[in-house]
Design a protein around this ligand. Structure first.
Ligand SMILES: C[S@@+](CC[C@H](N)C(=O)[O-])C[C@H]1O[C@@H](n2cnc3c(N)ncnc32)[C@H](O)[C@@H]1O
Length: 187
């Protein structure tokens, strides 16, 4: 998926809150900051040589990947500058967009999936515009900008509100679901 995303957007520096041990962004992006509060993630990233070895096994990997791990709760203030990254990743890890958008540069991209409700939250966040979707088929991923208005339409006719999404902590069932969504931060 990250290969497809990296071909579709301009990004060098990535922030991945709730990454656990998913270092696949570093297979294609030059610089990444991973954040997780789990002790097992801390232990995994402490083995720097092992992590670099996994990355080096990938054909497209940068020659000298730049990697940082923060053992932190992303809902607290992270020790990172504002507007520091080009790509913010929110996959299966809660309301990342709600807590970490300040670190994404304006014009940068948020990659978010429907799980845990973050895509729903972003769909009503005025700081973001939907730019593309990631479609997964038979293990292949592609980024599409076709028929964007058909996505993020709930199956049930219900008002999508911030309060409702935060209270449920679950994704919304959409008529046409995508594997993930690419939003641009506009404000
Ligand atoms: C289901 S795993 C997903 C891991 C990874 N994003 C993936 O797609 O493979 C969720 C991860 O988010 C982390 N997480 C959830 N809330 C967090 C928070 N507030 N701060 C830091 N990490 C968090 C958990 O520790 C866990 O490792």
């Amino acid at each position: 998926m990250f290969t497809a995303v990296s071909n579709a957007i301009e990004a060098e520096r990535v922030l991945y809150p709730g990454s656990f041990v998913d270092i696949s962004p570093s297979f294609v992006f030059d610089s990444a900051v991973y954040v997780d509060s789990d002790k097992r993630a801390k232990k995994f990233f402490a083995d720097e040589e092992g992590v670099l070895q996994i990355i080096a096994e990938h054909e497209e990997a940068p020659d000298e990947p730049d990697l940082t791990f923060l053992h932190a709760d992303y809902t607290s203030k992270l020790d990172l500058p504002d507007q520091d990254v080009d790509l913010l990743i929110s996959l299966f890890a809660g309301f990342v967009s709600d807590h970490c958008t300040e670190h994404l540069r304006i014009g940068g991209t948020l990659l978010v999936n429907g799980s845990h409700g973050d895509a729903g939250l972003v769909s009503i966040d005025p700081r973001y515009d939907l730019e593309a979707v990631v479609i997964a088929r038979a293990g292949e991923y592609r980024v599409s900008t076709a028929n964007l208005d058909t996505y993020l339409v709930p199956k049930k006719s219900q008002e999508v509100t911030r309060e409702r999404i935060l209270a449920s902590g679950r994704g919304i069932a959409y008529r046409v679901p995508a594997f993930a969504y690419l939003f641009t931060r506009t404000d």
